[in-house]
Write a protein that binds this ligand. Structure first.
Ligand code: ASP
Length: 467
């Protein structure tokens, strides 16, 4: 029975069977030392004369870095002078009796026993499966898992259902360009990958689900910008019969509980989180994502705040209006009359609330228009013709006509939150298989051209576009 490396501290004097990778090797005359690594950690394995070259044992001198091996041996306490305080198994070692090479390894393109920041990122991503062997990245994935599990458990206890929504959908007007997927069966038609599950989660409210969440993948075809990924993960949430205050309170409590549980070394500067209006934030800080930290040198200080009372609409380049955040949002109740009458448009404030941490927006949401005429008014203000509104949002307007509960929600950018709490400089460090800054995956070689036969089936022809 295989024993994980981290378990050996409970097995002094016992014979154990370990499987893992050769992390390091040192030869000292008659003794050879191997650092054996599995996901749980590293342990020193000693090959004395009893193991080396014997019929039952293997010869450790043939081992190379990153070979996969099986070792059987006895767990022993190390002499006090030999204790390695840097690793949790450091008071013990395994005295090898049997060695088997399970899998050989070519020399790696880069070392995996360092933090890895110093290695060219293109190379790291090309060999991501090797890059992920480094302890820092394993820890990052473990941390992310704990964050997501905490959120799931927390919301589950409060009656939320996690519900999956489709990845093949149609365009949602959320401000970014869609990724399109051609339909083979309906040649010339396209699905769009969701920019967020916005419409589905609202339709789940119409369905009577009341409390929904999803760890949701979202897709936005935007130009490369440092810390952006074409696909990213949101904690997406929606709730019926809830007002702005309820959503702010629930999310604030969840954030505090999450930080305390997964990153207890962090200190939250102010609870309850301060709230600022958009106007005040702009006036005082010149930004709607103010960094309120009183001590910016303190890497463990988290300064959260909520920003509210955003203008609903802003002017477009050609003099029309577009939404600042989300076209499905409701205006503030006191602005509903103006909204429905399409008057004083620049003065209408939305129910949008953004949550900001250390100057970075980590989430945002709003109360939605649950009455069809209000949703329609938003699109009319933006100059959408009746026909276009019907074609694009007819299903939403229709759904709202069948007894829609008042509802609202929020989405958090999970990649960024995890990277900030993990103290990583970039979201790519906490995503198992991220893309480069310009949207490529050097490991899979995506995006890639496809066979002509595939295009033919889809009725597509590729035009060369000069860039
Ligand atoms: N759908 C919005 C977004 O993805 C969030 C929300 O309002 O719930 O940013």
């Amino acid at each position: 029975m295989r024993v994980a490396v981290a378990e050996i501290i409970k097995k002094e004097g016992e014979e154990v069977e370990l499987f893992g990778w050769v992390h390091a090797r040192r030869d000292h005359g008659k003794l050879a030392f191997i650092d054996l690594r599995d996901r749980s950690g590293i342990v020193q394995v000693v090959f004395g004369p009893s193991a080396g070259g014997g019929a039952a044992g293997g010869d450790p001198s043939v081992l190379r870095l990153e070979y996969v091996i099986r070792v059987k041996g006895k767990v022993k306490r190390r002499p006090p002078a030999m204790v390695n305080k840097d690793i949790p198994t450091g008071e013990y070692e395994v005295d090898a009796k049997e060695l088997e090479i399970v899998s050989q390894a070519e020399p790696l393109p880069f070392p995996v026993d360092t933090a890895g920041y110093e290695i060219n990122e293109e190379l790291r991503l090309k060999y991501r499966y090797l890059d992920l062997r480094r302890e820092r990245l394993v820890k990052g994935l473990e941390f992310r898992h704990r964050v997501v599990k905490f959120i799931r458990d927390y919301l589950d206890e409060r009656g939320f259902l996690e519900i999956e929504t489709p990845d093949l959908t149609r365009s949602t007007p959320e401000g970014a360009r869609d990724y399109l997927v051609p339909s083979r069966i309906k040649t010339g038609s396209f699905y769009a990958l969701p920019q967020s599950p916005q419409q589905y989660k609202q339709l789940l409210m119409v369905a009577g689900i009341e409390k929904y969440f999803q760890i949701a993948r979202c897709f936005r075809d935007e130009d490369a910008r440092g810390d952006r990924q074409p696909e990213f993960t949101q904690l997406d949430m929606e709730m019926s019969f809830a007002e702005q205050e309820d959503l702010i309170k629930l999310n604030e409590e969840l954030l505090i509980a999450l930080v305390n549980a997964v990153a207890p070394g962090k200190r939250i500067q102010e609870i309850p989180f301060p709230r600022l209006s958009y106007a005040d934030a702009m006036k005082e800080y010149g930004t709607d994502r103010p960094d309120l930290r009183k001590d910016k040198d303190d890497k463990d200080l988290l300064a959260f705040c909520w920003v509210v009372d955003f203008p609903f609409f802003e002017k477009t380049e050609n003099g029309g209006w577009t939404f600042t955040h989300n076209p499905f949002s409701a205006p503030k109740p006191e602005h509903m009359d103006d909204f429905l009458a399409k008057r004083n448009i620049g003065g209408i404030l939305t129910t949008q609330y953004d949550v900001v941490m250390n100057g970075l927006e980590i989430g945002g949401g709003s109360i939605r228009n649950h009455r069809a005429e209000a949703l329609k008014a938003a699109f009319e203000i933006m100059g959408f013709a009746e026909e276009r509104i019907r074609a694009s949002f007819g299903h939403m307007l229709e759904a709202l006509a069948y007894g829609a509960p008042p509802h609202g929600g929020i989405a958090w950018g999970l990649d960024r939150l995890v990277s900030l709490l993990a103290g990583e400089p970039n979201i790519r460090e906490v995503i198992a298989f991220p893309k480069t800054g310009d949207g490529r995956d050097p490991m899979m070689g995506s995006p890639a051209e496809v066979d002509k036969s595939q295009l033919d089936e889809l009725g597509l022809e590729v035009k060369k576009i000069k860039k």
